[in-house]
Design a protein around this ligand. Sequence first.
Ligand SMILES: [Zn+2]
Length: 422
Amino acid sequence: MSAPSSSLVFVNAAQVVTCAGPPRARRGAEMRDAGERTDVGVAVDGNRIGAVAPVGPLREQFPKAQEIDCRGGVLTPGLVDSHTHALFGRPRFEEQELRASGLDYMEIARRGGGIHASVRDLRAQSEDALVAAARTRLMRLAAFGTTTVEVKSGYGLTLEDELKSLRAIARVARELPLRIVATFLGAHEIPLEHRVSAARRAEYLDLVVKEMIPAVARGELARFADVFCETGVYTVEESRTILEAARRAGLLLKLHADELTSSGGAELAASIGATSADHLAAISEAGIAALSRASTVATLLPGTMLFLGKTTRAPARALIDAGVPVALATDFNPGTSPTPNLPLVLSLGVSQLRLSAAESVVAATVNGAAALGIAERTGQLAPGYSADLTLFDVRDVRELPYWYGDNRCTATWVRGKPCHSS
Ligand SMILES: [Zn+2]
């Protein structure tokens, strides 16, 4: 039996950006249409969108609805941040200065910093402490308009610490009004204690494949498995072995691919049927061609390149021209992208990756949902979809990437319930 339904009607929006269309990622020219309407309101019936129509008929159809006055703002589908590492302990602010003084990301990692520092730290933290930290940080993401967020494990790198991380993510998901999707990233790094020899390295791979993945699947602790496929981390062949094991266990697949060097990650993601291939700042022509023949979403993370001070950029235009669906996400993490601000990533999408404003909004709504395999549930304002909405204090959707770094989000709703309000 369903709970008694409560209905809402959103009125006085300068624009309603619906992103309405088929329940799948947008490609090519489709990405240019964010479905902006200036003549409509939105009715929410219980936890779903009831109708998108002129306000007069909405009021007649939902006479008992509570009215929400949008005050001339822009109403969009709740933003979807499809790539974060939001479960961590201590922030790593000291590395920013090290990079400024000339040490690169891989050199900091070789010295025991980078991901290894977060691993040492997370292993020492209790599950309760991790839950408390994640709760606060995820509500910072929510404050910028995000209503769905993917959260990866990957700072534990032992069976026990990876399970602790995923249990913490599950607890936060139950407590917070946000929609949270969990990803198992036990292959985020080779832990230092397994880097001492080839045999010890093989042992860790075995642990991921034979113990961690089965335990994660048994506990239903993650929807996705992910691997950091990169020169110096996991090879393409190791990544394939791990992802194939994850698929056999019933997990959907993601891949950190071609972030710093072109290593064939995109080709692997396409050939193995990954739901998304993420980063891609160093993707090759062959990688673009491979993705164009697959259904994999290319999730671009320009905030990371900006924060690392790199001038290379993912070839977003070439990807879109090749028909690859593109999503944008924050990559929120303690080392290389500590921003909770997804609208800022939209700004970078336009100014650095040369997307249009509409393309950037589609990339962070319907295509973000597709990158999480939930495009039939969220990412658009259309009847039957989850009532996930974000209200911005702007008059035109093009202002979302324009006021870069500002927070124009005034309120969000998830499944028809208030999530954030400023
Ligand atoms: Zn990542």
